[in-house]
Design a protein around this ligand. Structure first.
Ligand SMILES: [Zn+2]
Length: 424
């Protein structure tokens, strides 16, 4: 008898919650995804910890903030070797584990393959027709199909990262909103997710399947004047969809939970489901208690970004980490943002969810006090652990390959046209 439900952790690159039907009933773009999400708990105020794929995924998979994993840029860093991953926890719980990362920036050189029995790196020509950059959902699902066939009756934990929505970046033929919605409807929902469910049915794993569905980060579709992700820490890029469906018992059926939930909470939640002892070093908390009580003490979430360190102007020079350029602390009510040039911002998310009105521009005493408190908390939190991890050395030839791959992903031209350059 299989004592555990199979668990599928699904992250969809760039997916904004307000484009998903389960989070916004006016959206009709994601009927297949909604069928999974609406059966369980939907967290309408969930956040990521970085607006770039690699650090965001590292935090999701390890339950730790970027300054704890050491993965703080898009490329060139290795996760702290002492950091355990969600796959390590799954192994302890008795699962056979597999990771399907979809993009070369998440290859096992990042250290994120730790704990996975099988991890499908993206190699030149093997899985992708796009220059070894990334693979679409169809080959990813085919690889999952093969893995499930080999797994037999063992319970499985699978992490699947779908990258197809990212491709809208490279389509300059139509306005970004229309290409984004088209790709979400036609590629993610109608192909990636629908085929995934068909494969689970084929292997008779749908009845006992648990799902955690989220995104690595959101996407800025010209809110705050830019398109894409990585340039700032506003909610358009930090807010993510998060839904949990667990087949056992009566766990949070059809529940909508508005309290802040964080990516660092996902690993403690899974450990709670699996009855594993709580790891006191993890900064997150299980969301099971939040689901049960629908309340929690004030939740604080950290995020950071370093857009200038992505590239040296228009060339892909991967550099050593110079410290975060933007840091943010987000509570259920406020967002405090601090830049490395000394600028600070404070937003009241309940009154100003789009973060247009910096309360510190004409600061009253109350706003200044809140900003000072959050600034102290930010120092205390990010200063508590020294940054760990190592930098991957990269030759000139490798850097040139990386630059071409990033161009194919839409990054280089995107950042170049946005004027994000080094200030060396
Ligand atoms: Zn991403």
């Amino acid at each position: 008898m299989n004592p555990r439900p199979d668990v599928f952790l699904i992250s969809i690159d760039c997916l904004r919650p307000d484009y998903v039907g389960a989070f916004n009933r006016l959206s009709r773009l994601t009927p297949t995804l909604d069928r999974i999400l609406e059966r369980g708990a939907v967290f309408t105020n969930a956040v990521s910890h970085a607006p770039f794929t690699t650090p965001a995924v590292a935090s999701l998979l390890t339950g730790r903030y970027p300054f704890q994993t050491g993965v703080r840029l898009l490329l060139g860093q290795v996760c702290d070797p002492e950091t355990t991953t969600v796959a390590d926890a799954a192994k302890r719980a008795g699962y056979v584990t597999a990771g399907f990362p979809s993009s070369f920036i998440l290859n096992s050189t990042t250290g994120l393959a730790r704990g996975f029995d099988e991890y499908r790196d993206i190699d030149d020509g093997h899985f992708s027709a796009r220059g070894g950059c990334w693979q679409g959902g169809a080959p990813l699902n085919a690889a999952l199909d093969g893995f499930l066939a080999a797994a037999g009756c063992d319970p499985v934990f699978c992490w699947l990262h779908y990258f197809d929505l990212h491709e809208y970046h490279t389509d300059a033929s139509a306005p970004p909103q229309s290409t984004y919605t088209r790709d979400l409807r036609d590629k993610i929902d109608a192909v990636c997710i629908r085929n995934l469910l068909a494969i689970l049915e084929k292997h008779d794993r749908m009845r006992r399947a648990a799902f955690i569905v989220t995104a690595d980060h959101g996407e800025c579709l010209f809110q705050h004047g830019v398109r894409g992700h990585g340039q700032h820490l506003f909610d358009s890029v930090l807010r993510v969809p998060l839904g949990i469906y667990w087949p056992d018992g009566e766990f949070a059926r059809h529940r909508v939970i508005a309290h802040q939930a964080r990516h660092i909470d996902v690993l403690p939640t899974l450990m709670d489901f699996w009855d594993l002892d709580r790891d006191r070093r993890l900064p997150g908390e299980s969301l099971l208690q939040l689901c049960a009580a629908n309340s929690r003490k004030e939740s604080v979430s950290y995020a950071e970004a370093s857009p200038r360190q992505l590239f040296e102007g228009n060339t892909a020079e991967v550099r050593s980490f110079q410290g975060p350029e933007i840091q943010a602390l987000r509570t259920d009510r406020h967002k405090f943002i601090r830049h490395d040039d000394g600028r600070i911002e404070l937003y009241d998310l309940s009154a100003d969810p789009n973060e247009f009105c910096n309360l510190l521009t004409n600061a009253c005493g109350g706003s200044s006090r809140i900003a000072a408190t959050l600034s102290e908390k930010l120092d205390a939190l990010s200063g508590e652990s020294p940054p760990r991890g190592a930098t991957q050395p990269m030759s000139t030839e490798e850097a040139s390959i990386v630059r071409e791959r990033l161009r194919r992903l839409g990054y280089v031209s995107e950042f170049a046209t946005m004027g994000v350059h080094s200030t060396r």
